[in-house]
Write a protein that binds this ligand. Structure first.
Ligand code: F6R
Length: 579
């Protein structure tokens, strides 16, 4: 949920740490801080975004340091609660991503032993515990402290007088970047890309000692060998490339993304648990959950395989028997609730398959099999190309399981998306940007498309947007219809067409302005709708993709009109590593 970065090398650490935090800001952005090592530990930390800091604070000397960008869990966003946190003597500094579950008891005991706390965070207990364990060797002090902690952590720690930094991981991602005479550590690879392509993914239980010219990894107190991976993502994949926002860039990357996703899996590489499944459970959160819902609408009629769909956060309460296989969908591969569901499946001897974008993420180490969707890094907090990629992978799974019937449709998917990227949405944006509430209505597979469209609208424009299966409207939500509450409806030829026309008329009769996603030449739709957003004719699967993209663009342009912080919406973070 937070981003951490560390550096040990020959250059001044502070600018590298700050640049790294800017790259990681999508993981959390309510406060930031860095600590560097010179003769003592020097700290700069503040509430607010690191991207708002014009330059490196010149006061921080030293070529070893650690940094943190925060998404608050314990304690409000403030200068005091920003990381790094220190012990009573200010000799030790700690940055932490994760949650220390037993921190209250630890804090009480520490206070009882005379420690003075300055923040409301769970992290600060770690600094005080290391202080108690420290007898001149930071690595040993950290090793003796870790068994006292319950919960999840990726930690970076420095101490005055020690020419090294110590890293430790448990259930929170941490990766090392191996440069020439310099070593990096970070929550993910994005801050490393401009310095090195050689990375080591630490395992749970690992600690590492990083010096400017060497590193050692340990599992417990024994040295451990960890493979060095060559990564293929390049620095330009994390630049805006001329677009005003990462989100717009990522929306425009979707023709390529769908192409990669569809080719991410074939009959030969499809996990056998899926090839032979007679029932499937899908577990995911947020946009990934919507992708799972689209999958259910597609696979059940095409293959007759029943799919149970669960939100990651609710799956822990489920007690009915499992299916043959559990698919966990997670762009980041780090979402705590989805990971818990995968673990629950494994404990119950169910085969598990992860669909994710991030190589070596925790889900890939937990599930029996992984399908990587190859969307490239997604920086904007709101999912766009990763969602399309998830849908692309899942469509390909349905295609394979149904004997390749939709092969040509998937081959055409990238062109279908290209066709809608430049759609003029001005009139629809005029209506949406003035609204306080918007209904999104659809039927069948277009219902989850609408759920995703509404989620995009609310998270980046802050307009209250609610998706309904069109048939549900009469069962209560109709009471909210008014001329001030526009409705967006998908009404394209198909099994639900006639009844959707009827639903739009019913809404129109209550004065509701209608934005219809429909065929441009459809006179019946034109008669009812205030605005038509044209959807190219085509196969229903490509229309799932094109309507999704149109709704992403509608949310984007509405949020832009309202001057919102599109890539970093308030209160959100990209990777939700807490339950
Ligand atoms: C919405 C969005 C979130 C994520 C959700 C799951 O735009 O990005 O709803 O989809 O937090 O994240 P992953 O897919 O990383 O498990």
């Amino acid at each position: 949920m937070c981003g951490i970065v560390g550096y040990a090398g020959y250059r001044s650490a502070a600018p590298i740490l700050l640049q790294g935090l800017r790259r990681l800001e999508y993981r959390g952005y309510d406060s930031y801080g860095i600590a560097t090592l010179s003769t003592e530990v020097c700290i700069h930390k503040k509430a607010g975004k690191v991207s708002e800091l014009p330059d490196s604070p010149g006061i921080l000397q030293g070529t070893i340091g650690i940094g943190h960008t925060r998404w608050a869990t314990h304690g409000i966003p403030s200068d005091i609660n920003a990381h790094p946190h220190q012990d009573c003597t200010d000799q030790i500094a700690v940055v932490h991503n994760g949650i220390i579950e037993n921190y209250s008891a630890l804090k009480r005991d520490l206070i009882g032993r005379g420690h003075i706390f300055r923040s409301d965070t769970d992290t600060e207990v770690i600094a005080h515990l290391i202080e108690e364990a420290y007898t001149g060797d930071l690595l040993e002090a950290v090793r003796n402290t870790l068994p006292l902690l319950s919960g999840s952590y990726a930690l970076l720690i420095i101490s005055a007088g020690e020419n090294r930094l110590i890293a430790a991981r448990n259930q929170s991602p941490l990766v090392l970047g191996i440069g020439d005479g310099e070593i990096f550590a970070a929550s993910d690879i994005t801050p490393l890309l401009e310095y090195t392509s050689r990375v080591i993914y630490l395992n749970d239980g690992d600690t590492a000692e990083l010096r400017p010219d060497s590193y050692s990894v340990y599992f417990g107190d024994r040295p451990a060998e960890r493979e060095i991976h060559e990564i293929s993502w390049t620095p330009d994949t994390i630049q805006k490339g001329g677009f005003a926002h990462f989100m717009l860039k990522e929306i425009f990357e979707q023709p390529d993304a769908i192409h990669q996703a569809v080719h991410a899996v074939s009959e030969e590489t499809l996990p056998s648990s899926l090839l032979n499944a007679s029932s499937i459970t899908v577990v995911a959160c947020g946009s990934s959950y919507h992708a799972g819902m689209i999958f259910r609408y597609l696979i059940e009629p095409a293959c007759g395989i029943p799919v149970r769909l669960e939100m990651g956060s609710e799956y822990k309460y489920a007690s009915i028997p499992f299916s043959d296989v559990i698919i966990g969908i997670s762009q980041s591969g780090e979402t705590a609730d989805t990971l818990a569901a995968i673990r629950k499946g494994i404990c119950n001897n169910v085969k598990t398959v992860a669909i994710t974008n991030v190589l070596n993420s925790t889900i890939t180490r937990s599930a029996h099999d992984t399908i990587l969707m190859h969307a490239g890094p997604e920086i904007s907090v709101a999912a766009s190309k990763s969602f399309i990629s998830q849908v692309g992978v899942l469509m390909q799974v349905v295609n394979i399981l149904s004997g390749g019937r939709c092969h040509d449709v998937l081959d055409h998917a990238r062109y279908a998306i290209e066709q809608v990227l430049l759609t003029d949405l001005t009139e629809a944006v005029d209506i949406c940007s003035k609204a306080e509430h918007i209904f999104y209505v659809g039927r069948g597979v277009f219902y989850p498309v609408m759920m995703e469209g509404a989620l995009k609208m609310k998270e980046i424009s802050y307009i209250h947007a609610e998706a309904y299966a069109a048939g549900e409207l009469k069962h209560g939500p109709f009471a909210l219809l008014s001329p001030e509450t526009p409705a967006i409806a998908i009404c394209i030829p198909g099994p639900a067409y006639e009844v959707m026309l009827g639903n739009m008329k019913e809404m129109k009769a209550r004065g509701t302005p209608i934005i219809a996603l429909g065929n441009d030449d459809d006179e019946d739709v034109r008669e009812i709708a205030d605005v038509i957003v044209p959807v190219p004719k085509g196969h229903p699967w490509t229309q799932v993709l094109t309507t999704t993209v149109l709704l992403q663009l509608l949310a984007y342009h509405t949020a832009n009109r309202l001057g919102r912080e599109i890539d970093m919406p308030r209160n959100l973070a990209k990777s939700v590593t807490v339950e």
